[in-house]
Design a protein around this ligand. Structure first.
Ligand code: NAG
Ligand code: NAG
Length: 411
């Protein structure tokens, strides 16, 4: 046995996804640990190489061009038909490169997809380099870096899951398509662009089911909360702080309004709990001895009630009524369209279930397809400095995506 073998997943000039296999060294302590992990699936090095290549390519929302190229090249080399869908620039700076969604399928002559696998290729800032534990790779090996969980773990696991099923002849490639979108972490502009293209028949798809990849701790999500984001401004009247009755404090109005909002039941449900409010940004006033003329708040509401189309609107009306009650004319609200709680199908044998509080692209893709939401890794580390998961998490996701694909095709 050679001390080390180089396993090149791809022989591509633009992508060198070569993993150095940790082959056991005869007579060394490596042997025992390598042998103890002979439960490693055959696709391990391919999965880890793809996951690594995706994380190493920075792709903070707006700058997804390069990771899109990596993905297109990778999928083309595996023999998939790929198609890119341009998405307008997000920042409009001269440095902006084209960004695009990536579609891929293993087509015969009758490509008529019924099930779609989808996740996103953008990440939140800042970029954190790829890292992996030293030593032999086992199921416990930890992988770190921005996107290692959200959502490049889902992207890599989906691709490998489908590719293995196709290689084993367990599914018909004509019935499946993969979609990897940009912009999920900011406005969902990538998925909205795709949804519009399906609506106007640019993509003539009649999908029965979509499997969305986001971190759910390897559980099948029964749904997620809705969301509503608003910029609130309050306009007062300035004056000397010693004579507050001569002015009108924008900060005081804001504080009174939010005290009331926090104490008000904005709607709850058994599945999703309470609607919650985050005052994420609060600015107001100019000096401690001046009555503030102006205050502004960036507010994020997680909506626990449906329906998906109008749940956020119901919450917005309650909040607006409170602002009106505090002051008839001082407040102005600019809100995103928002959406109510989002249901997903979690009735599949062999899965633990979960409900999550974050937003996804699910509501951005219109249609009456069945939705599934599943992905490896924990949301609580996903946007943090300690974003990480284990090799076991990735491999479990491959198996679970395969179960979901087979289940969705049977529906
Ligand atoms: C939900 O809000 C109610 C009050 O409206 C409170 O009693 C309850 O503890 C809250 N539940 C959670 C899970 O925070
Ligand atoms: C890795 O992620 C887990 C959550 O899955 C978290 O509890 C843990 O603190 C993280 N570890 C490191 C070293 O970042």
């Amino acid at each position: 046995m050679r001390a080390a073998t180089i396993a090149c997943v791809l022989a591509s000039a633009t992508l060198s996804l070569c993993a150095e296999e940790q082959a056991p060294l005869v007579g060394s302590s490596h042997q025992a640990s390598a042998w103890s992990d002979n439960d490693a699936p055959s696709y391990r090095s391919e999965l880890l190489s793809l996951h690594k290549a995706l994380i190493e390519t920075e792709s903070i929302s707006g700058t997804e061009h390069d990771v899109g190229e990596v993905l297109v090249q990778y999928l083309a080399d595996l023999g998939y038909t790929t198609q890119i869908q341009p998405v307008p620039p997000r920042n409009n700076t001269p440095a902006d490169k084209d960004r695009f969604n990536v579609l891929a399928w293993r087509a015969g002559i009758r490509h008529d997809p019924k099930v779609m696998l989808s996740s996103h290729i953008d990440v939140v800032p800042p970029h954190i380099p790829y890292g992996i534990d030293d030593g032999d790779i086992t199921k416990e090996t930890m992988i770190r870096g921005r996107g290692s969980v959200d959502a490049k773990a889902s992207v890599a696991a989906m691709i490998i899951a489908l590719d293995e099923l196709l290689k084993e002849g367990k599914v018909d490639g004509d019935k499946l398509v993969m979609l990897f979108v940009v912009g999920e972490e900011v406005s969902g502009d990538g998925m909205i662009e795709f949804s519009n293209a399906v609506a106007n028949k640019e993509f003539p798809y009649q999908l029965d089911a979509v499997i969305f990849g986001e971190p759910t701790e390897s559980k099948l999500a029964c749904g997620h909360k809705g969301a509503l984001f608003c910029d609130v401004t309050a306009k007062g009247f300035p004056g000397h702080s010693g004579y507050p009755w001569l002015g009108k404090s924008a900060n005081e109005l804001m504080i009174r309004a939010f005290a009331k909002i926090f104490d008000t039941d904005l709607g709850s449900s058994e599945l999703f709990g309470n609607t919650t409010v985050n005052v994420g940004r609060f600015n107001g006033g100019v000096a401690s001895n001046v009555i503030p003329e102006f205050a502004s708040v960036g507010m994020g509401i997680r909506v626990a009630i449906g329906p998906e189309e109008s749940g956020a609107h119901i919450v917005q009306e309650k909040v607006e009524a409170i602002f009106k009650e505090i002051s008839e004319d001082a407040f102005d609200l600019q809100c995103t369209p928002g959406y109510g709680s989002v249901g997903a199908n979690c009735d599949v044998d062999g899965f633990d279930t979960i409900v999550v509080n974050y937003g996804t692209d699910i509501p951005n893709f219109k249609g009456d397809h069945t939705r599934y939401l599943y992905g490896p890794g924990n949301i609580l580390v996903a946007h943090g400095a300690n974003e990480n998961l284990t090799v076991a998490d990735l491999e479990t996701a491959v198996e679970d995506y395969q179960k979901l694909i087979l289940h969705a095709l049977k529906q």
